[in-house]
Design a protein around this ligand. Structure first.
Ligand SMILES: [Fe+2]
Ligand SMILES: [Fe+2]
Length: 230
């Protein structure tokens, strides 16, 4: 993707090719090559974050923001493979990013620290609250991706039939696989989508969540109706 690394005035941005970000993007594509869902989510989050950065009057360091977006979920595939606790992925991801950035020397130490902090703060399950504008944008972009229709459809990829003849989904939750019937999942996800706007930091993120909510709920309903076994 193209990275905008300069801001002119409050909203106008200049698109420039940025070598460190291109290197990180290529490395992330490599790390996540066996986890296409996480990779696609990561790239979408970077895109959403870039758009959100143009909506704030605050000065946003786009190198910090884009680097943290690209690296934010790197620990997910490792945790999933080792059946570890997914609620720790932000903390684990921060450690992985720290090692990666130290080794690559793309930015100075203080920048690396700021990037790592954004990653640590992107999940509220155990991590601290986002403390900088870049961390808040990453947090919001990550949550806004929950409305993505392709992502929603991927939850249904492992649809199976349970003993009662009902369609059932198996999803990784916390540190275990949880089974949901389609009705249970739709109810759970409906509630989740409805609660997103309140958790966001930027007014523009909240507006976007409100715009996307009815579209995603309708999509979810369409999928539910299509799972004809229930
Ligand atoms: Fe995450
Ligand atoms: Fe994420």
């Amino acid at each position: 993707m193209k990275y905008k690394t300069e801001k002119k005035g409050n909203h106008e941005e200049v698109s420039t090719f940025c070598v460190p970000l291109k290197i990180i993007e290529d490395d992330v594509k490599d790390f996540l090559s066996l986890s296409p869902d996480t990779l696609m989510h990561t790239l979408r989050v970077a895109r959403i974050a870039q758009d959100l950065s143009a909506t704030t009057e605050k000065r946003v360091d786009l190198n910090i923001l884009m680097s943290s977006c690209l690296l934010h979920d790197n620990a997910r595939p490792f945790i999933e493979r080792s059946k570890g606790d997914m609620s720790l992925h932000a903390k684990e991801g921060a450690h992985l990013a720290q090692d990666y950035l130290n080794e690559k020397k793309l930015f100075d130490k203080s920048m690396n620290k700021k990037i790592v902090r954004c990653i640590e703060e992107h999940s509220r399950s155990v991590g601290p609250k986002p403390s900088t504008i870049e961390a808040k944008i990453l947090f919001d972009a990550d949550k806004l991706d929950a409305f993505n229709h392709f992502r929603i459809s991927r939850y249904f990829k492992n649809l199976a039939i349970n003993n009662q003849g009902k369609s059932q989904l198996s999803l990784y939750r916390g540190n275990r696989i949880k089974n949901f019937t389609v009705e249970e999942f739709v109810a759970y996800f409906n509630k989740k989508l409805n609660s997103i706007a309140d958790s966001l930091f930027l007014p523009s993120s909240k507006e976007e969540a409100e715009r996307l909510l009815p579209l995603s709920l309708q999509f979810l309903q369409t999928i539910e109706k299509s799972s004809f076994l229930n």
